[in-house]
Design a binder for this molecule. Structure first.
Ligand code: PBG
Length: 430
């Protein structure tokens, strides 16, 4: 029994009429009030706690204290020469009616933390499996391939993807985002494979929706998996050209919507793509297909393992002419205002952990739901530390997910979606 349970139980038992506690009388020389210490707290058993048997107090030594660590009574503390906190004309500390040391104060925030019941009662944020979107890598092979920089994540065959979806559903994860590894021979500068109706993504969407109509399928809208340049858009004279890229993205999104996608998520960062996608979808009758915009997507070094997974490292240069500068926070508000005006249904911040301030800013600036992408590099960092035994993986993952909620996220994209949900359920946290 834990100390806090004893602390709650004792006053309760003392109040039950006719209930005789088998406590022995107080030994001579022992005060009728006990000062019991556990991790720095005091429990004073006052005379008011008299038992029905008339004992003036309770001998704590008769209570089972198997899990109490440290001393259960606190004698006089060793003095510090030249300092007595209770002496002098303006003492630093004082003494309460029971003779114990007292730092007078009314508010004690620790009271609301004293038991798991109270902590749970006042908990401000809780992550649920339904808040997750689970990214799945897929390829045309008939087998699964491990991704060395993302231990535990795989590139799935379509059959393997179906099994992963089915397993995740058991833990309450119902939304998935698909990322394809496209064969090199299909890659072009204009990324036309992105809107091949017989391509891997449209087939994967149709398979999932056919077997699990209630699953929400989200797709990535960008050309990089299909680009022989390794960029999110069409390259011309070493530049990523905006408007021509958007024309391709519109075809890609309409193709995905035709296959059954519920949400399309442009991750390309071209200017004006959300409005163009909205019009393209609407003009084809897909007014119900949602847009989750990668609103504040930063030119981040945290995407490395993802690019390993899809073999989609930029062929030249970097993505800094379209993705945001990690140094900028205010600029995210500009992107957010545009995306909202252009008809985005959700705004996303990416990466996640190092950008919690951006999440909060967006949350405060808009009434749209906010998502964060806990990206591949963040996953890899936690995995690497956990594998070395430097971090407790479950604890650090659940804390991380809760931090996203606290920062203002409604939705979390994470490679940990399935595992975190499983842990939450197994540990009775939800
Ligand atoms: C590409 C895309 C990237 C990610 C999602 N979509 C990589 C990039 O922009 O280079 C990264 C996701 C992750 O790192 O987990 N459009």
């Amino acid at each position: 029994m834990s100390f806090s349970k004893i602390a709650i139980l004792l006053p309760f038992l003392g109040c039950v009429e006719g209930f005789v506690l088998p406590f022995p009388p107080v030994p001579a020389g022992v005060s009728s009030s006990f000062s019991v210490r556990s991790d720095g707290r005091h429990l004073h058993l006052r005379p008011a706690l008299k038992t029905a048997a008339g004992a003036s107090s309770v001998d704590i030594s008769s209570v089972k204290t198997d899990s109490i660590t440290g001393p259960t009574t606190l004698g006089p503390l060793p003095p510090l020469e030249g300092f007595d906190g209770k002496a002098g004309s303006s003492p630093a500390l004082t003494t309460n009616n029971q003779g114990g040391v007292w730092v007078p104060q009314m508010a004690r925030p620790r009271r609301n933390r004293k038991s798991e019941t109270l902590r749970a009662m006042v908990r401000e944020n809780i992550v649920l499996p339904r808040n997750f979107i689970y990214p799945l890598f897929i390829h045309e092979e008939r087998y699964e391939t491990e991704i060395p920089s993302m231990p535990g994540q795989k590139r799935f065959s379509l059959a393997g993807m179906m099994a992963e979806v089915a397993e995740s559903l058991q833990f309450g994860v119902k939304t998935f985002v698909l990322f394809p590894k496209v064969e090199d021979r299909l890659k072009t500068n204009d990324g036309r494979e992105a809107y091949n109706p017989a391509g891997i993504v449209p087939r994967a969407i149709a398979m999932i929706k056919d077997r699990f109509p209630d699953v929400t399928v989200m797709t990535d809208v960008a050309l990089d998996p299909y680009s022989d340049q390794g960029h999110d858009g069409i390259v011309l004279n070493g530049k990523i050209i905006n408007d021509e890229t958007i024309e391709q993205l519109c075809k890609q999104a309409v193709c995905q919507a035709r296959a059954g996608a519920d949400i399309v998520a442009p991750s390309d960062m071209m200017d004006g793509r959300v409005g163009a996608l909205r019009r393209a979808l609407d003009s084809e009758g897909f007014t119900d297909v949602s847009i989750m915009s990668y609103t504040a997507k930063y030119a981040s070094a945290y995407y490395g393992p993802f690019r390993d997974a899809l073999d989609s490292h930029p062929g030249f240069g970097d993505k800094k002419t379209y993705q945001q500068d990690p140094a900028n926070g205010r600029e995210a508000l500009l992107e957010a205002a545009l995306d909202a005006a252009e008809g985005a249904d959700f705004l996303m911040v990416k990466p996640g952990m190092p950008y919690l301030d951006v999440i909060l800013r967006l949350k405060q600036a808009t009434n749209l739901p906010i998502a964060a992408y806990h990206v591949s590099g963040e996953y890899a960092m936690l995995k690497a530390a956990a594998e070395r035994g430097w971090l407790n993986e479950k604890d650090v993952v659940l804390e991380t997910m809760t931090c996203f909620k606290r920062a203002g996220c409604d939705i979390i994209l994470s490679y940990y979606a399935k595992m975190a949900s499983k842990w939450m359920i197994e540990d009775g946290l939800i």
